[in-house]
Write a protein that binds this ligand. Sequence first.
Ligand SMILES: C[S@@+](CC[C@H](N)C(=O)[O-])C[C@H]1O[C@@H](n2cnc3c(N)ncnc32)[C@H](O)[C@@H]1O
Length: 238
Amino acid sequence: MFSNEVRTLWSLLRGQPAAPSHAARLQRFYAPQAGYYDRFRERLLSGRSELIAGLNLQDGERVLELGAGTGRNAEYYAALIPRLASVELVDLCPALLERARQRAARWPNVRVIEEDATEYQPAVRADCVYFSYSLTMIPDWSRAIDNALTALRPGGRLGVVDFYVADARPKTGLARHSRWTRTFWPWWFKHDGVHLSPRHLSYLRTHIKQSHLLEGMARIPYLPGLRVPYYLFIGTRA
Ligand SMILES: C[S@@+](CC[C@H](N)C(=O)[O-])C[C@H]1O[C@@H](n2cnc3c(N)ncnc32)[C@H](O)[C@@H]1O
C-alpha cells in the first residue's frame, strides 16, 4: 500500500515524460500508476460526485464522458446505469481504459472507447456530456468543448469539474484569486501536463447557457494548508 503511494507520488513529481504524441505522453505518464490511480485521485479530485449529482441523470438517457480515465465516475451513478440507454466512456490512454473495461464489464450498456475527446462523436446525440478533470489535460480544450456541444442534443446538459485559476479581473459575482494563487498553481501542475487557466470557465460561460456554477478551494494530498481552486459548471445546450 505504502509503496503504491510512493510510486504514484514519484510519477506525479517526475511529470509527464517526453513522447512523440499527446496519446503517447498520456500512456507513459499513466501506465506506471494505473493500478493505484483511483485510490490517489479520491483525495485529489474534488467535486466529482457533486458534478454527477448536479447532472440529475434520468432513466433512458444517453451519457457520454470525455476523458473518462478508469471510469471511476460511473460508480457515482452505478445504481442508475441499468436504466440508462447508454454510457460511453472515451479516453486516449490505453492503460487507464483497461481499468475502465474491467470496471464496465458488469454493465452491457456501457462502452469504453479509445478516442480523442476533440473528435469522438456518438452515433446518437447524448442527453448529457461531462468532463471530469480532463479539460485541463487536453491541449486543444476549446475544440473538445465545441465537440462536446456537437455531441449533445438540444436541451442536453454539459457538466465540467476541474482545476482552474480566476481571471486577474473576474466578472462581477465570480471568485477572485490572489496573484500567488494565479501563478503558483499553473506552475505546480504544468509538469504533469495539467494546464490551469481562467479561459476554460470563461469559454464555457460564453458558449453554453449556465445553469449552475460553484467555485471552490480543494485540499491537495501532502500539501497541508494549501488549497487549489476548482470549479463545477453545468450548462444547458440551446
Ligand atoms: C485527471 S484524468 C481524469 C480521469 C477521470 N475523468 C476522472 O475523473 O477520474 C484526465 C484524463 O483525460 C484524458 N485525456 C487527456 N487528453 C485527452 C484527449 N485528447 N482525449 C481523450 N482523453 C484525454 C487522460 O488520458 C486522463 O484519463
